[in-house]
Structures are given as structure tokens and as C-alpha cells.
Design a protein around this ligand. Structure first.
Ligand SMILES: [Zn+2]
Length: 300
């Protein structure tokens, strides 16, 4: 069964056929619900996104799609170097768990797209300036006219198990104390997802993968990833060890052990919006939400 992943719940129709029709885009903009973004932060209310009218926003506008009733959604984005933000601008990591399916779909698209635009102001072929076209779905070079399309970087994430259905979690040096999570890594050029799973598990803990099962995928626009989730059984649970570089500690956990360590505060799980948490909760069973508490928030 595929996972029900928190950032994969989009209900927006991207309506890509409208992107080339400037008159249609202008008409949609005039009656749009607009997500206002400053850098990578969203304007919010206490319960979700604070949609604006197109008359009231500044910045670059990009089309996101239509809801079921044909209401158009755009993002209006302003770049910023500032480190401090007004109280009502929050990161997707902070607000992700609060948003409904429509808001999530619009927000992950908006974040991934605006981060890409911001990082691709210059042509990768000739170095000249670029400008957005197709309602923000493409950038075009002002000089050589090359078209540049948004990129998404695939990364695998894997729940490592042994034959008695325990799971193996690891701790990265850069994480908050006591936080453990599943293993993950970027897919390299020319590599399949399945090969990447085996390589990452081998590199990070020395595990030899014997079975791989696909669990689902979720956009992870921090800034441009998609996480492809697997579970993997390894054949050498007794000889795994942390690589000492990326991962500094690993731990095998049964269901009763994870419950006990979460309850005592000895173990901090990954945040609710992450694939890692969804994989751990699905493995644990239907009582995960009540019995595995803690670690809900992210380091902003
Ligand atoms: Zn160019």
C-alpha cells in the first residue's frame, strides 16, 4: 500500500494548456487568489495561507492552477536578503502540517517554482539575463533565446528493516540532539532509484540490501527535491555501523522500543510533514499518532 504523504495532497489542476495564452492568463490574474511570498516565506493567518487579491500584491507573478470551481491561483513573489521576517510570514516547514489539501498543493508548487526562478536569473548556456515566460513555467534567455525549465532533484529516502521487522534509524551530526530519522540521499547522474537505495544504505551504515519496495513520493521543495520513498530489508543487521561522517549514530528499534524512547524523550522523531515520519508511522501501525509523540516541529 502506498503511503498517504502530507505534501502530496494537491487538489489544484495545473491547467498547463493556459500558460501560453497571455490574454487568458491576464484575465485569470484579475480574479485570482494570490499566495504572497517574501523570499521563501508565505503570508499566513493563524489557520492557513492568507490569500490576497491580485490588486494588493507586488512582485513576480506565476500561475499555479485552477481549483475545482475554476478559481485561479497564482503566487506573487518578492526576493529578499533579509533574515528577519514579519510575524505573519512563515516557512512551509512551520505551516505545512496546518494546511488543507488545496493550500498544500498550491504552496509546494509556489515554493519550488519561486526558488527556481530566483536561482536561474542568468542563462546557463551563455550567461545573459533570463526572463519568465509561459506564466512562469519557463525562463527564456534575453540573448541566445534558450528555454530553461524548472528542475527537480530526485532523492531517495529509505526505511531500513531487518527480517524481524525492526527498523534502523540514524542520526546526522547537524541535527538537533536526540533526533533520529531514516536514511536518504540524492540520486546521482545515470543511477536508478533502486541502485541509489542500495548505495545509500551501504554508504551510510554498511547495510546490504536484499529486498526493496516502493512506498510513494512527495515533493520536498527545500529548495528543489522530490523524495522517492522505499523500504529495504538488509541481510546483515548485526554488522551495520554509522559511517561516522554524515551519520554519527544508528539504532535498531522494535515497536515497543520506539514507543518507550519517544515517551521518555530519549528519541526525537522527524517532523510530521516529512516522508520519514510517514514511513515510521505506517510501519508502527494505526496508533502511531497517539503513541509516537514529539518532534512535530522542524528547526524552522
Ligand atoms: Zn543564453
Amino acid at each position: 500500500m502506498l503511503l498517504n504523504l502530507p505534501l502530496s495532497r494537491s487538489k489544484l489542476d495545473r491547467a498547463a494548456h493556459l500558460r501560453a495564452d497571455q490574454a487568458a492568463i491576464d484575465e485569470l490574474w484579475s480574479r485570482a487568489k494570490v499566495i504572497e511570498m517574501l523570499g521563501d516565506k508565505f503570508k499566513v493567518t493563524s489557520s492557513g495561507l492568507n490569500f490576497q487579491s491580485s490588486k494588493d500584491v507586488e512582485g513576480e507573478r506565476y500561475f499555479l492552477g485552477l481549483d475545482r470551481d475554476g478559481v485561479p491561483y497564482f503566487v506573487a513573489h518578492r526576493s529578499t536578503d533579509q533574515k528577519e521576517f514579519p510575524e505573519d510570514f512563515k516557512s512551509l516547514r512551520t505551516i505545512g502540517a496546518l494546511l488543507n489539501s488545496l493550500e498544500i498543493g498550491a504552496a509546494v508548487h509556489a515554493l519550488a517554482l519561486t526558488q527556481w526562478h530566483e536561482a536561474h536569473q542568468k542563462c546557463a548556456k551563455c550567461g545573459a539575463s533570463t526572463h519568465p515566460t509561459f506564466a512562469g513555467a519557463v525562463r527564456e534567455c534575453d540573448s541566445c533565446e534558450a528555454s530553461h525549465h524548472p528542475r527537480t532533484d530526485p532523492a531517495i529516502i529509505v526505511l531500513v528493516k531487518d527480517s524481524s521487522d525492526r527498523i534502523l534509524l540514524g542520526r546526522q551530526k547537524i541535527w538537533p540532539e536526540k533526533r533520529f530519522s531514516t536514511f536518504a540521499g540524492f540520486v546521482e547522474p545515470g543511477e536508478s532509484f533502486e541502485s541509489c537505495v542500495s548505495r545509500e544504505v551501504e554508504e551510510e551504515c554498511g547495510g546490504v540490501v536484499t529486498e526493496v519496495k516502493y512506498l510513494g513520493s512527495q515533493p520536498w521543495p527545500f529548495p528543489a527535491s522530490i523524495m522517492i520513498a522505499y523500504e529495504a530489508v538488509i541481510s546483515n543487521p548485526d554488522t551495520v555501523k554509522a559511517d561516522g561522517e554524515e551519520i554519527e549514530e544508528i539504532i535498531w528499534l522494535s515497536r515497543s522500543e520506539i514507543k518507550e524512547k519517544c515517551g521518555s524523550g530519549e528519541l526525537l522523531l522527524p517532523p510530521i510533514i516529512s516522508v520519514a515520519r510517514a514511513m515510521i508511522n505506517a510501519w508502527y501501525g494505526p496508533n502511531a499518532k497517539e503513541e509516537l509523540q514529539g518532534g512535530e516541529s522542524w528547526r524552522n
